[in-house]
Design a protein around this ligand. Structure first.
Ligand SMILES: [Zn+2]
Length: 255
């Protein structure tokens, strides 16, 4: 195997080993958003040797992003986020493939972006995209790890399509746009986005390896100001619009 030294510290883990490393090398992961959550998640997945990362983000780097979006440096202001991200990820690990898609994830391009993916990580910053990613994952049977942050708080959950509660089971209705707040108007601590992005990468690696107990059906909300984590069990809703979907993932065992 190539790069034994590069991956030495994870190859010695019983949950990874040579077989797990090969699984990671073969894996293709969609990252929706190359921002505050996507940056740390992409860095750790690339560092771990996940073979192909598909980055979908339509934005360009703004100076106000740099406080938390650690893939982007001052010199990148004005560049496409996916291109800036690709440069850093390849510098970190030239052995992985980075497919930069300068586009916002929508239900119209979902099938193309998600084709062949083993996992999707949603670090997007708006509800429209979240619902679109959730629906696409359920339709295509692709496991999903989604994260969200605001101010000093974070949320994360994992979804196994057809098996465990999805984003829409937890949030059947998007919040009123007048009430919904964004990082732009409510603020965000950069390190909080980093922490939740790292949790997303950790969950993603577990899903790809098929090891451990994932956050499927378990909604975590984290208060970093109080340093408290709350876990809530989430069940599939009978009226979930994705309830009838029987995707390929259903054939695989839930570990
Ligand atoms: Zn659902």
């Amino acid at each position: 195997m190539k790069d034994i030294n590069r991956y030495a510290r994870q190859l010695i883990l019983p949950e990874v080993g040579g077989a797990g490393q090969k699984k990671l090398a073969k894996a293709r992961v969609l990252l929706v958003g190359a921002g505050g959550l996507g940056s740390p998640a992409a860095l750790y997945l690339a560092a771990a040797g996940v073979g192909t990362l598909v980055l979908a983000d339509g934005d360009t780097v703004d100076l106000s992003n740099l406080q938390r979006q650690i893939l982007h440096f001052t010199q990148d202001v004005g560049k496409a986020k996916v291109q800036s991200a690709r440069n850093k990820l390849l510098a970190l690990n030239p052995g992985v493939k980075i497919l930069a898609q300068k586009t916002r994830f929508t239900s119209a391009n979902a099938a193309r972006l998600m084709a062949g993916c083993d996992l999707a990580l949603d670090g997007s910053d708006n509800f429209e995209t979240r619902y679109a990613v959730n629906a696409a994952c359920l339709a295509q049977g692709v496991p999903l790890v989604w994260g969200a942050v605001l101010r000093w708080e974070g949320q994360i959950m994992t979804v196994f399509p057809g098996q465990t509660a999805c984003y829409e089971c937890l949030f059947p209705e998007p919040p009123d746009p007048a009430v919904a707040q964004s990082c732009a108007n409510a603020g965000i601590v950069g390190a909080v986005a980093g922490a939740v992005g790292c949790l997303m990468a950790t969950e993603g690696l577990k899903v790809l390896l098929g090891k451990g107990v994932p956050l499927a059906g378990r909604f975590w909300s984290l208060d970093f100001l109080k340093m408290q984590v709350r876990e809530r069990a989430v069940y599939r809703r009978k009226d979930c619009p994705h309830g009838a979907v029987r995707p390929a993932w259903k054939k695989r065992p839930l570990h």
